[in-house]
Design a protein around this ligand. Structure first.
Ligand SMILES: NC(=O)c1ccc[n+]([C@@H]2O[C@H](COP(=O)([O-])OP(=O)(O)OC[C@H]3O[C@@H](n4cnc5c(N)ncnc54)[C@H](O)[C@@H]3O)[C@@H](O)[C@H]2O)c1
Length: 442
């Protein structure tokens, strides 16, 4: 049997700082308090409800993941964060209107005590928003140093043993990798020079690295997939992951597409459209922010279907994604998919999906699991890119030269095998020969 990896002690308080106290941020925080109080169940969370099979199918060893690996308990988490608005957690949760009044009132005191720290914000990157709770500084370096102070102060004031930062803020406009992202020294000079290729999200990520804090990117922003931070995080063993929480329509896509591919069903086209009315929808109404989201959503199908390997099935399909801001819907998005497929001898068929989903209800357990697994990764000394957490992202970041794995079921196998690997358990290949004795292995 493989050797169990050394994992540092799980005890101590963990500060979870969310950048952005909007729909996802408040649903994560309020939800965690509700679960802690026993008011509701953590549905959708692998760390809270999932199990893992160990050994042979005949062994009947299927512990809960939380009993198998040392994960922090919800009671250990202390929440804080930044937002461009001054609303405390209670007011922000009310505004987001994801959870019922009954649920919000049940954790009112916990939410009210959460006052957002002033944000690093630049309207050039989120054109549809503006708010009063914003830091001032001569350049991005000064702003970054103020964030470093925030992180250190939060840690001391809340008696935290360690901190994790999770980006739950708005989607920034689309940018490409630029020379300023090449290495740490160039990047830091760029911060002093106020280089426009450094968006606020990268200033937060810099402050995270500076303080040895893991950074999770829940938005499609470029933030952590550029060389300076990948190198720094790898060298200093600080976990980073992203990007864009996998929820809603893309979650459905990564459930359905592997099924078509497995049965070699062809695809002529996949048209996806959404209506949503929350602040995220408003921000995505700006073409720059939508472009960032579109890139993240479009990449999924190609990498699952591998058109180059299956030209007859997937060589020429049309894939379109639309997001329409429609205020009456609030957070209760509706996503339609029209999927044109073809089967035996090329006969066409269609599938229509109408998903009446609640985006932040799907995102909150993802965010919680990411926090707890990231903490595990750091205690296990796994710094840099956390590809094993691809399961949670629309557009997973991977080491240079690799293509991302988008198939939800392969991603889950990868995640669980990582846990088995850390704990020195046999990896599960699903071969199963041993049950049948076809070959004499002796
Ligand atoms: N809701 C989902 O299911 C889901 C799924 C995948 C990804 N995401 C992404 O997660 C992010 C959050 O989504 P949401 O629905 O909570 O949006 P939201 O608009 O409700 O919340 C975002 C919050 O971030 C704040 N903000 C913006 N820029 C900031 C900055 N620079 N610093 C600090 N705060 C800032 C805003 O004021 C707002 O309160 C978005 O980027 C979204 O695309 C959401």
């Amino acid at each position: 049997m493989a050797q169990k990896k050394e994992i540092a002690d799980v005890n101590g308080r963990i500060g979870v700082l969310t950048v952005g106290l909007g729909a996802v941020g408040t649903t994560l925080i309020a939800g965690t308090h509700l679960v802690r109080k026993g008011v509701a169940k953590p549905i959708g969370s692998l760390t809270q409800m999932g199990t893992i099979r160990l050994g042979k199918r005949t062994d009947d060893r299927v512990p809960r993941i939380s009993d198998f690996v040392s994960l922090a308990k919800l009671e250990q988490l202390v929440f804080g964060g930044w937002d461009i608005f001054n609303d405390n957690g209670y007011e922000a949760a009310k505004n987001a209107a994801v959870l019922s009044n009954e649920h919000i009132e049940a954790v009112r005191e916990d939410l009210e005590s959460l006052k957002p720290m002033a944000a690093v914000f630049d309207r050039e990157y989120v054109k549809k928003l503006d708010g009063p709770n914003v830091k001032k500084g001569a350049n991005r370096m000064e702003l970054g140093l103020q964030l470093v102070d925030d992180i250190e102060r939060f840690k001391v004031e809340n008696d935290c043993n360690r901190i994790i930062i999770i980006w739950c803020a708005s989607t920034e406009v689309y940018i490409k990798e630029a020379p300023v992202h090449a290495d740490v020294a160039t990047f830091e000079q760029g911060m002093r020079d106020n280089d426009p290729s450094i968006p606020p999200s990268m200033v937060y990520a810099w402050a995270a690295m500076k303080t040895g804090t893991p950074f999770i990117n829940g938005a499609p922003n470029l933030t952590v997939d550029v060389p300076w931070i990948v190198d720094w995080a790898g060298e200093k063993k600080i976990p980073i992951s992203g990007k864009d929480f996998k929820t809603g329509q893309t979650l459905m896509k990564t459930i359905l597409a592997p099924g078509f591919k497995a049965r070699l069903i062809g695809l002529n086209g996949w048209f996806s459209t959404n209506i949503l009315g929350n602040r995220d929808g408003e921000v995505l109404d700006d073409p720059g922010s939508f472009k960032t989201k579109e890139e993240s959503k479009l990449s999924v199908l190609d990498s699952i279907l591998q058109p180059d390997k299956y030209p007859d099935l997937y060589g020429d399909y049309c894939h379109k994604v639309r997001i329409n801001y429609y205020p009456p819907r609030g957070d209760n998005k509706e996503g339609w998919d029209n999927i044109d497929i073809f089967g035996w001898l090329g006969y066409p068929m269609q599938i229509k999906v109408d998903f009446l989903c609640r985006d932040s209800i799907l995102a909150a357990p993802v965010a919680l699991d990411l926090v707890l697994f990231t903490d595990l990764a750091q205690r296990a000394g796994m710094g840099g890119i956390q590809e094993w957490l691809s399961f949670y992202f629309k557009s997973p970041i991977v080491a240079e030269g690799l293509y991302p794995e988008h198939d939800l079921f392969i991603q889950l196998t990868k995640l669980k095998n990582t846990l088995r690997y850390l704990m020195g358990e046999e990896l599960i290949t699903h071969l199963g020969m041993e049950y049948y004795g076809y070959f004499d292995e002796g």
